[in-house]
Design a binder for this molecule. Structure first.
Ligand SMILES: Cc1cc2nc3c(=O)[nH]c(=O)nc-3n(C[C@H](O)[C@H](O)[C@H](O)COP(=O)(O)OP(=O)(O)OC[C@H]3O[C@@H](n4cnc5c(N)ncnc54)[C@H](O)[C@@H]3O)c2cc1C
Ligand code: SF4
Length: 351
C-alpha cells in the first residue's frame, strides 16, 4: 500500500482545512475506502479521519418537521431507531438489506452515500477502467457486465451505484448538507451523484475537500409512512449488493394515490428517481394496471449495456411488486428478510 499521512482533526473547520490539499480524502468507518486502498485502487496522500468530529452523530427532529441525520450516524443505529423506522420505513428496510450486521454497525451515513461502484474491473488494477484511471478504457464493455447499468450509462462507463440507502432517500427528496472551502451549502441528493458521460472518474458533484455533514429529510417525507417499501433482488438473500432494487412510497387518500415516489437501485451510476412513473400514478386508484403502466414508464429509456437486457424486465417487475407492497400498507414490524422478494408479498410478518 502506498504510504499516506493520517490526521485526526477535532472540528469540522479543521477537517475541511486538512482536506483542502490535493490527494486528501476523508476517512469514516473505512469499510469501503480501506478495501480500495489495500487493493491499490485508491491511492490517497492523506487520510482525514472524521470519526471523532463532534455533533455529526446525531439524529435531530427539526422544528419544521424535517429530520436531520448526522453524517457519522451508523447505518444500524439509524435503521434500528424506533421513531425513525416508523416514520421512514422504506429507508430502514433499505439500510437493513445492505451488507452484513457487522458492517452496518460501523458504516456511516456519509460513507454509504459516497461508496464507490462494485464493478469488478474497477477493483482489478490489471484491468482498464476509466473510472479508476481516466482515459484508460473500460474492460467491462466487452467483459462480464450482467450487473451493469441499463439507464444513464455512456460509452466511457457502464457501472452502477451500489448503495441501498440512497434509493429511498432519492425517492423522498433527501437533501445533503455540505461543508466546503466556501462554507456551508446544500444540494438535493438527486444532484449528488453524476452520470458518467465522458468523465466517469468523477462520481459526484462534490468539490475536493467537501465534507458531507448531514442528510436531511423534508417534512413531506413522513407523509408516506403508511405505504412505503424497499424491495431488493440480489443473488443471495443477504450480504449481497442489489441486482435491481426499488423504493416505492405512496400517499393514498379515499382510495386514490395523491402522490407517488419511486426510486430504482442497481440500474445506473446514480440512485434513479423515476419521475415519469410517479406522474402516471397521480390521482389514480392503486391498481395492478396502474402499476404496470408506471413500470413501463420507469424503464422507457432503458437499454442494455452488455449482457444485461434481463435487468430491464426484472426492474419492471420489481417496480410493480414494490408498488403493490407499498399499496398493501407498511407492516407494523419489518419482515424477517427485509427488502427481499422472498419475504411475504403481503408484507405480513415472520414471527
Ligand atoms: C462485503 C460488503 C458488502 C456490502 N454490501 C452492501 C450492500 O448490500 N448495500 C449497500 O448499500 N452497501 C453495501 N456495502 C457498502 C457499505 O455500505 C459501505 O462500505 C459503507 O456504507 C461505507 O461507509 P464507511 O463509513 O465505511 O465509509 P468509508 O469507507 O470510510 O468512506 C467511503 C467513501 O466516502 C468518503 N466519505 C466518508 N464519509 C464522508 C463524509 N462525511 N464527507 C465526505 N466524504 C466522506 C470517503 O472519503 C470514501 O471515499 C458493503 C460493503 C462490504 C465491504
Ligand atoms: S464500467 Fe466503469 S467502473 Fe467498470 S471498468 Fe468500465 S469504466 Fe471502470
Amino acid at each position: 500500500m502506498k504510504p499516506f499521512d493520517y490526521v485526526r482533526p477535532a472540528t469540522v473547520a479543521e477537517a475541511v482545512a486538512a482536506a483542502a490539499q490535493p490527494g486528501a480524502v476523508y476517512l469514516a468507518a473505512g469499510t469501503n475506502l480501506l478495501d480500495l486502498m489495500k487493493g491499490n485502487v485508491s491511492r490517497p496522500d492523506r487520510l482525514v479521519d472524521v470519526t471523532h468530529l463532534g455533533g455529526l452523530d446525531r439524529i435531530e427532529h427539526l422544528a419544521d418537521g424535517a429530520l436531520r441525520i448526522g453524517a457519522l450516524v451508523r447505518n444500524a443505529d439509524l435503521a434500528h431507531d424506533p421513531e425513525f423506522a416508523s416514520a421512514y420505513p422504506a429507508i430502514a428496510e433499505a439500510l437493513l438489506s445492505g451488507a452484513s450486521a457487522q458492517l452496518r454497525n460501523t458504516a456511516t451515513v456519509g460513507g454509504n452515500l459516497l461508496q464507490r461502484t462494485r464493478c469488478a474491473y474497477f477493483y482489478d488494477t490489471a484491468s482498464r477502467c476509466n473510472k479508476r484511471e481516466a482515459g484508460s478504457g473500460c474492460d467491462a464493455r466487452d467483459g462480464e457486465n450482467r450487473s451493469h447499468a441499463v439507464l444513464g450509462w455512456s460509452d466511457s462507463c457502464i457501472a452502477t451505484h451500489p448503495s441501498d440507502f440512497c434509493v429511498p432517500l432519492v425517492a423522498l427528496d433527501a437533501v445533503v448538507e455540505i461543508e466546503g472551502g466556501n462554507g456551508r451549502r446544500e444540494i438535493a441528493l438527486d444532484e449528488l451523484h453524476r452520470l458518467p458521460g465522458d468523465t466517469p472518474e468523477r462520481d459526484t458533484t462534490l468539490e475536493p475537500g467537501d465534507l458531507i455533514v448531514a442528510v436531511r429529510l423534508p417534512p413531506a417525507a413522513r407523509g408516506f409512512a403508511a405505504h412505503a417499501r424497499y424491495l431488493k433482488v440480489r443473488e443471495r438473500t443477504s450480504y449481497a449488493f442489489a441486482v435491481v432494487s426499488a423504493a416505492a412510497a405512496l400517499l393514498i387518500e379515499n382510495g386514490k394515490i395523491k402522490q407517488a415516489r419511486l426510486g430504482l437501485g442497481g440500474v445506473a451510476a446514480k440512485p434513479w428517481r423515476a419521475r415519469a412513473a410517479e406522474d402516471v400514478l397521480k390521482d389514480v386508484a392503486p391498481t395492478a394496471d396502474a402499476f404496470q403502466e408506471a413500470a413501463w414508464r420507469a424503464l422507457s429509456d432503458a437499454k442494455p449495456s452488455g449482457d444485461n437486457a434481463f435487468k430491464i424486465e426484472l426492474a419492471r417487475r420489481i417496480v410493480v411488486r414494490a408498488l403493490t407492497l407499498a399499496a398493501a400498507g407498511t407492516p407494523a414490524r419489518m419482515p424477517a428478510l427485509p427488502a427481499s422478494p422472498f419475504a411475504s408479498t403481503s408484507g405480513a410478518l415472520h414471527a
